[in-house]
Write a protein that binds this ligand. Structure first.
Ligand SMILES: [Ca+2]
Length: 283
């Protein structure tokens, strides 16, 4: 028994984050229906969402989202969860043929809330939240762009923008976001320690390359009108196509998402499941 406990201890200490994995939600989308996998699926403006075998990161199935026009979108919602100061999100995203020349100004890739009802409340008493767009062309992009340039993280009344560096090569050995490749997207969010305190964390990795690294995010801010929120409590995958100055897509474009994972701990690993099981404990 002592040997077993030692082995467990080594396994735990050997974990990349040094802490026990605490998953909230995990799905490889291989079984069930959209309605059984998610607490709610909210689609609008003619977007088509399905479980498809056309592309998959794991197994044979992934979520397929087809955008026929500007502002079409879908919100794939796991159930709300107990408030957590820190939230780790991993998903894999693949863009099918046709996005070349049709990359929108912004494509939302998730949204995160510090309320359990997928909202941020009203002005003046609002709760910290973030709208994540890992596809962001900047307004100086062109409608003929063959790839997506960067990201824009909208932290209620503040946009944190970045352009992916031309020297940052992703898993397909090419810079920027392109069609025909499964991108591993990871986001790590830690709420600031108090209202107006500039110590919140926001980190983003794409294909294990750190593309955004902020340790001074004022999530809860009185000056920006979002003083509330004790922890992250809800989120959704998916999102809408926002053409803005570019307009809608010239043709329907398809996006695929697979291996969705949420945790309160920084469980960086390559697979759809964490390295340490949730119920592992050492006494
Ligand atoms: Ca799958």
């Amino acid at each position: 028994m002592k040997l077993l406990k030692s082995a467990l201890l080594i396994a735990v200490l050997g974990h990349a984050s040094g802490a026990l994995a605490a998953p909230i939600f995990s799905s490889d989308l291989e079984s069930g229906t959209l309605d059984s996998i998610f607490y709610d699926v909210n689609s609008y403006e003619g977007v088509q969402v399905s479980l498809s075998t056309e592309q998959a990161h794991s197994g044979s199935r992934a979520v397929k989202i087809v955008y026929p026009r500007d502002e079409a979108g879908v919100e794939l919602k796991p159930a709300a969860f107990p408030a957590t100061k820190s939230l780790y999100i991993r998903k894999y995203e693949y863009f099918g043929p046709g996005w070349e020349g049709n990359w929108p100004v912004g494509l939302k890739t998730s949204r995160y809330f510090t309320r359990p009802d997928f909202s941020y409340g009203s002005d003046g008493s609002a709760y910290a939240y973030m709208s994540e767009k890992l596809i962001w062309q900047t307004y100086s992009g062109s409608t003929s762009d063959q790839y997506a340039r960067g990201l824009c993280m909208a932290v209620y009344n503040q946009d944190i923008e970045a352009t992916y560096a031309s020297s940052t090569l992703f898993g397909n050995n090419l810079p920027y976001i392109r069609t025909g490749h499964w991108y591993k997207m990871e986001t790590w969010l830690v709420l600031n320690s108090g209202v107006d305190v500039a110590d919140g964390v926001m980190q983003v990795w794409i294909d294990d390359k750190l593309v955004l690294d902020r340790k001074n995010v004022v999530w809860k801010s009185s000056s920006r009108g979002v003083p509330n929120g004790t922890g992250w409590q809800s989120m959704w995958f998916g999102g809408n196509y926002s053409g803005a100055v570019f307009g809608g897509p010239g043709t329907s474009v398809s996006r695929y998402i697979d291996d969705l994972y949420l945790s309160t701990t920084l469980d960086r690993s390559s697979g759809p499941t964490p390295r340490a099981p949730a119920n592992l404990s050492v006494q």
